[in-house]
Design a protein around this ligand. Structure first.
Ligand SMILES: NC(=O)c1ccc[n+]([C@@H]2O[C@H](COP(=O)([O-])OP(=O)(O)OC[C@H]3O[C@@H](n4cnc5c(N)ncnc54)[C@H](OP(=O)(O)O)[C@@H]3O)[C@@H](O)[C@H]2O)c1
Length: 269
């Protein structure tokens, strides 16, 4: 169960029913080996079924799920993870994240982390991590668990929101960065700078954005309902951008946050 994490995986947010079944089936056929889901996505059971039907041995896969905020209490977290595992038809997942910090600190971080660490000790998840954690909470998590325990902080990160403070803190703390919505949910695919680089490199705009993130050491999990997009996105790892191209994309930062749910979002950096 200690499979290394593929840097490029398959996102499944918003995909339900037949759409998620098809996306996972195609993704596995094309060579994706990491699937990113969450309790709140309501698609863990379809993903578990699609994996079972695929014929790909479970040991070759890396599954990430995320604990929803209603399950962060010490007496609920492990039971909810076991429910996820049943839906995913897995004895354990490779990575479990706290999806969002507990709104208004309703559940103390120490309580959720203790439960998550206990889940890891029980062998229910190989690694543990967090998502949507601003710098202060990330520091708190690392202080509570100790070094080398928080595997990743999965955050919104694309050229329009480069989240530099969180990235700097994560690097200092030895926490990996997962970029979600690397394509800015499609918005950055229209960017003239991105399109110019793509044209010059005979690549797709999505490949340029994914390569830009991968080259900085971020894990990426683009989602798509289209097989051809899944296929070309997977090949982003073959593209190597020049220092100058990287710099042109770095200059696109404008603090444009797409995911900022009221009542859920913490105080961002
Ligand atoms: N931790 C969190 O709180 C959190 C929050 C949001 C997302 N996530 C994770 O991150 C994953 C990625 O985020 P996301 O799915 O919201 O956004 P995204 O990957 O940035 O963008 C997905 C959109 O881009 C389009 N697309 C993908 N590849 C394309 C290509 N090659 N050419 C043209 N269009 C393309 C897709 O449309 P088509 O279907 O038409 O290809 C879809 O509309 C999610 O699925 C989820 O697993 C995590």
């Amino acid at each position: 169960m200690m499979n290394t994490m593929p840097p490029l995986g398959l996102g499944t947010f918003r995909l339900q029913g037949q759409a998620v079944t098809d996306s996972v089936r195609h993704g596995l056929q094309l060579g994706y080996r990491l699937i990113d889901t969450a309790q709140i996505y309501g698609n863990e059971a379809e993903i578990g079924a699609a994996i079972a039907a695929s014929g790909v041995p479970r040991r070759e896969l890396f599954l990430t799920t995320k604990i929803w905020t209603e399950h962060l209490a010490g007496d609920r977290l492990i039971a909810s993870l076991k429910d996820s595992l049943a839906r995913l038809r897995s004895e354990a997942v490779e990575l479990t994240l706290i999806h969002w910090p507990s709104p208004n600190g309703a559940v103390p971080l120490a309580e959720s982390l203790q439960a998550l660490a206990e889940a890891q000790a029980q062998g229910l998840t190989a690694r543990i991590g967090v998502s949507n954690f601003p710098v202060a909470l990330l520091r708190e998590a690392v202080a509570l668990l100790g070094p080398d325990r928080v595997f990743t902080n999965q955050v919104e990160l694309h050229p329009y929101l480069q989240n530099r403070a969180v990235v700097a803190a994560a690097r200092e703390l030895g926490v990996g960065i997962g970029s979600y919505m690397t394509l800015a949910y499609g918005e950055a695919l229209q960017d003239p700078v991105v399109r110019a680089i793509a044209a010059a490199r005979t690549a797709t705009p999505a490949q340029v954005l994914l390569a830009w993130a991968l080259q900085q050491g971020y894990a990426v999990i683009p989602s798509s309902t289209r097989r051809e997009n899944l296929q070309s996105n997977l090949r982003a790892a073959e593209l190597r951008l020049s220092t100058e191209e990287m710099a042109r994309i770095a200059a696109l930062d404008r603090g444009r946050r797409l995911v900022n749910p009221e009542g859920l979002a913490p105080a961002w950096d």
